[in-house]
Design a protein around this ligand. Structure first.
Ligand code: GLU
Length: 283
């Protein structure tokens, strides 16, 4: 079986040790399997993505010894693909426009029931306030959501090989309704949400193995459902452990202290970075 994987950072800040771990893990696994590795820039949110961050990311990855096997896939150049997918879901009556602000959603969900989660991988679980509105009533300021209640019942599986959740997982519509809620598929200033764009790209790039941080494990359920609704193939998943700081907190883009560029400036070598994040020296 071929092995095609990708690293998909958002160019909204410098790469830090956590990104290096993710990119090197995916890259090393692809090379060990005689497969291919791709770089995808998740630059769909044009209000936050910056070309200078994109340049630095490419530079840092090349410095780390990572080579990608095709030109960089920039999400901002594939908006028509995401739009077509959204249109297909809309044509099947599975979407609705939503005008709720964050505050509206908080207010509507303010009486939590015991055992019912408030947050899922798409943020605060949407209480369904705008469900039932017609797409023909959509205003330019509305977000577009997937109506899970109109999706067919499903029992979908995916296979995970990462350390924390290895095994086969099953996704059902009711499970998604409880743990994710109707997800946003597009926003006025964003042609497609992360979840929608990523399943299209994984299919378009014929990705066979999604290798990424454990923080995205729960998002896989929703992405699996979108693959099903859009007749897309399902890759294998491997969610790796996260690199944490001394206090046990996972690293974020704002942790500039751990930016690869900074270590480079201070004279570190790529092998030093590998050693710092517990990876064996490059072959
Ligand atoms: N841009 C996403 C992130 O950095 C990509 C996640 C993924 O690999 O699916 O979290």
């Amino acid at each position: 079986m071929s092995f095609r994987t990708r690293f998909a950072p958002s160019p909204t800040g410098p790469l830090h040790l956590g990104h290096a771990y993710s990119a090197l893990t995916a890259h090393d696994m692809a090379r060990a399997a005689g497969g291919q590795f791709f770089l995808r820039l998740d630059d769909i949110d044009q209000s936050r993505a910056r070309p200078e961050w994109a340049r630095l990311i490419e530079d840092d990855l090349a410095w780390l010894g990572i080579a990608w096997d095709a030109p960089v896939h920039r999400q901002s150049e594939h908006l028509d693909r995401y739009r077509a997918a959204l249109d297909r879901l809309a044509a099947r009556g599975l979407t609705y426009p939503c005008s709720c602000t964050r505050r509206d959603i908080e207010a509507a969900a303010s009486a939590p029931q015991e055992g019912v989660p408030l947050f899922g991988p798409d943020g605060r679980i949407y209480p369904g306030t705008c469900r039932g509105r017609k797409m023909s009533e959509a205003r330019p300021t509305d977000a577009i959501r997937l109506d899970l209640t109109r999706c067919p019942e499903m029992a979908l599986d995916f296979t995970e090989t990462g350390p924390a959740h290895a095994g086969r997982h099953v996704v059902t519509r009711d499970g998604l309704l409880t743990h994710v809620g109707d997800p946003v598929l597009a926003r006025p200033n964003m042609a497609a949400s992360y979840h929608l764009s990523i399943v299209i790209d994984d299919a378009d790039q014929r990705i066979t193995h999604v290798i990424r941080g454990e923080d995205l494990f729960e998002a896989t359920r929703l992405q699996r459902a979108l693959q099903h609704l859009l007749d897309l193939p399902t890759p294998l998943y491997h969610h790796h452990a996260l690199i944490r700081d001394e206090a046990g907190k996972r690293l974020a883009k704002r942790d500039d202290a751990r930016a690869i560029a900074r270590y480079r400036d201070e004279g570190a070598t790529p092998q030093d970075i590998r050693a710092m994040i517990g990876l064996a020296p490059a072959a």
